[in-house]
Ligand binder design. Structure first.
Ligand code: SF4
Length: 388
């Protein structure tokens, strides 16, 4: 079938309807990037066809030609309804955001116009009063502003948009099926005016192309002007096989002079990571820009403290502190203590006097944990988050 995915981008696509066995992906430890324990995808494959997308990697077993073939889980809502139903559970679900998107398919890609699985899922989250986070590159999310506002009135909604930069010419090459950055920024402003919290995910920045400090600065300034509440940053991975081959084909066509630079920083390895020195350099550059513009680089606790249980709140705050300190080039014990708390099977308040028995918890961490338990806040965390 030949479809018009967006103005100027028509593609021969193959849409398959499939039956899924389950929908919710549960994380054993709360994901501190998205403040979420549950994720889901209603579509496998993505017609947005971003050149750097790691959904293309063999590891994710997406069948067919990535960017042209998409599978629609047509029974997704029926299954999700069962998975969310408290009457069918021995233990209640953990309080957490439910994360739509990311992974191997955008929840608001072209097929959502017809199937509306994301919209129907939002109706379920609304009925069960769960908070929701969305990560998308599509402006179609505006269609669901009515239901998003309803969820936000009773719990919380955070809508995140991902960008590799705000440069339209680069976006046309690397994100052919996606609305242009300017349209995504306008959508942030629109949703902010509707009272929703919005973030920019500046990820991945593309090495040697969108990781340049002047372009990162432009992205940060644009996000602030659009009204984004925070920016989450990350570099690009490039797994050997389909993902790397496809990416290099595009580099050969548009930036042939950069090919050897890529080969220099992406060495063979299972996860497709670039060399640590490269990531360190871009993180340092991003951190100093974010500090200059005073924009948080993690989701601030104001947006999630009332929607997590006490253990998860402590874990997320400690994990975020760990990230922030490392961005400043400092050592941190907090990631380790967050991990040991995430392994507990009891509420952390029940061991208030024994906190130091936990691996990685010393006197300072103990003080921070008690402060979080008493006030749901940490003065030290806020200082780090807001560059005070
Ligand atoms: S929108 Fe996201 S999932 Fe879809 S192709 Fe782009 S990076 Fe991949």
């Amino acid at each position: 079938m030949n479809i018009n995915i967006k103005k100027g981008y028509t593609k021969e696509v193959n849409i398959r309807e499939i039956q899924a066995k389950s929908i919710l992906r549960k994380h054993k430890k709360i994901d501190s990037w998205f403040v979420s324990r549950y994720g889901m995808n209603f579509y496998r494959g993505c017609l947005h066809n971003c050149v750097y997308c790691d959904g293309r990697a063999e590891k994710y077993n997406v069948e067919g030609e990535f960017g042209e073939d998409v599978a629609v889980k047509i029974n997704a809502i029926e299954i999700l309804k069962r998975e969310l139903d408290p009457a069918r559970k021995r233990k209640p679900m953990k309080k957490s955001f439910f994360m739509l998107g990311g992974g191997v398919g955008d929840s608001y890609q072209y097929v959502e116009k017809k199937y509306q699985l994301t919209r129907k899922a939002l109706e379920l989250f609304c009925a069960f009063k769960h908070p929701v986070q969305i990560l998308t590159k599509s402006t179609l999310v505006k269609r669901d502003v009515d239901i998003l506002k309803k969820i936000n009135e009773q719990s919380k909604v955070i809508v995140n948009f991902s960008f590799s930069s705000v440069d339209e010419r680069i976006s046309k090459i690397f994100e052919p099926g996606v609305p242009l950055p300017g349209e995504r920024l306008e959508t942030i402003t629109y949703l902010k005016n509707e009272g929703l919290t919005c973030g920019m995910f500046l990820m991945p920045v593309i090495p040697f192309i969108t990781d340049k400090p002047d372009l990162m600065e432009k992205s940060i300034v644009s996000a602030k002007e659009a009204g984004a509440d925070f920016i989450i940053f990350s570099g690009m991975t490039l797994k050997q096989g389909r993902q790397q081959n496809y990416f290099y084909e595009v580099i050969k066509k548009y930036y042939p002079e950069l090919l050897s630079e890529y080969q220099h920083i992406y060495l063979p390895g299972e996860w497709g990571n670039a060399i640590p020195e490269y990531y360190q350099a871009i993180h340092e550059a991003f951190y100093s820009l974010a500090k200059r513009y005073k924009i948080p680089i993690r989701i601030p606790a104001d947006f999630y403290r009332d929607y997590l249980n006490e253990n998860d709140l402590v874990v997320v705050i400690l994990d975020q502190m760990d990230y922030l300190l490392k961005m400043m080039g400092r050592k941190s014990p907090y990631g380790y203590s967050a991990y040991s708390i995430s392994q507990l099977n009891q509420p952390i308040s029940s061991m208030r006097t024994d906190l130091k028995k936990l691996k990685g918890v010393g006197e300072t961490t103990e003080r921070i944990i008690i402060e979080i338990l008493d006030t749901k806040r940490s003065a030290y965390y806020e200082k780090l988050l807001w560059y005070l």
